[in-house]
Design a protein around this ligand. Sequence first.
Ligand code: GLN
Length: 494
Amino acid sequence: MDVTTLSIEEASALLASKQVSAVELTQAFLERIRATEDTVRSFITVSEDAALAQARRADERRARGETGPLLGVPVAIKDVILTKGVRSTAGSRILAEFIAPYDATVTQRLFEAGAVCVGKTNCDEFAMGSSTENSGFMATRNPWDLERVPGGSSGGSASAVAARQCLGTLGTDTGGSIRQPAAFCGVVGIKPTYGRVSRYGVIAYASSLDQVGPMAMSVSGCAHLLGAIAGHDPYDSTSVRRPVPDYVAHLGAGIRGLRVGIPREYFVQGIQLEVEAAVRAAIGVLQNLGAQVSPVSLPHTEYAIATYYVIATAEASSNLARYDGVKYGLRLGEGESLLDMYRRTRAAGFGTEVKRRIMLGTYVLSAGYYDAYYLKAQKVRTLIRRDFAQVFAAHDLIVTPTSPTTAFRLGEKTSDPLQMYLSDIFTISINLAGLPGVSLPCGFDQQGLPIGLQIVGRPFEEEKVFQAAHAYEQATVWHERTVDSRGSGVENTE
Ligand code: GLN
């Protein structure tokens, strides 16, 4: 049996019945990584030895009578999330050699649950991008078509799941970075409510928007992973003191009677016709399952991208000020003046997109422009939040496409940042409003590339989002189609 084709739950059952050990399971995934990594390139670091040591500990824990759905389950973690002893680069040259002295809270919680980390996944530098091409190390390829991007910024996390290099991953999502790559790679990914998951030890991009969330082949896999990482953390004051529901227990509750809003602003010109058709068909499936579907309006949607790129860059310019060559990471120009050292370090350490954002962010915060840009953007953000609050007064969920197109070609948008920014047009508002949103497969285009369906919920109602996603998943066959059935050649040929 090829254990790398299992779901988290299937693998977990085999571990529980001792038909497979955590070490055997981990070895199988490390083998799969060796067989596919030259073509896919999901990982900045593969941590074989650390993974096998963790797997041995998981087996010991089980031998002592411990149980748990993630005990011995191989996962991978986006490289913006700190892992003690294994380098965390955020996809940036400025942190190329950075080894964190502690684990992020999400890392620690996954490890306490017994998950085994096989490596750190590639991403756009500091999570700024939509294709993973902004990584300071390499581009990741979409396992469904190696000429295409996996999406971004958590592209390596999505490709690792799709290519069966691990059973689940963590990503981060500031404007779509979990959901858009999940859509492009045909996997499930959820951005939780702002405040649901701790960001302690997560390298910050835009702190009023960033959230950590899981990706897996199935909705239930994501429910298991989110259950492990969610909840208040005294080290992150933005994490909320609220009990974490048992997401897995809610999965079977179905969608009958739930009121689903379809925002008309999300079906606009420019959306790929096959995406629109697949999403409309998915809405029909939800209706057949008993959902009450009705059209709704989110009138300020057209301002979302502009608002986001003012707020996110402003926060980024402030967060990235800490990479100065003094505290950690790269240092160049030692022995010169302090200012020269800053300049040399930051000029060499940051890539083009990160520099563009630092400049934009510094500009919108500068005296004289602050009111015109930053303050104005905050006001528009409030209007966008209100749009959602109004719809959610009479609806349980909102359903939209995840991204207007399927995966684009490598290099197709790198010279046109605005085109790149537009691929997040349907995900960004959800971050501005702080809501939970999942993306799951809802079809394929004519070229066989996956299409994503986005389901958005009220704040802290992830269980309802999962419940609807699970009902849809169980009623459809999209999740059964895999990269291997397509034969896209992810295995190394030599
Ligand atoms: N593509 C968006 C950006 O570049 C979102 C990225 C993210 O969610 N981290 O800002």
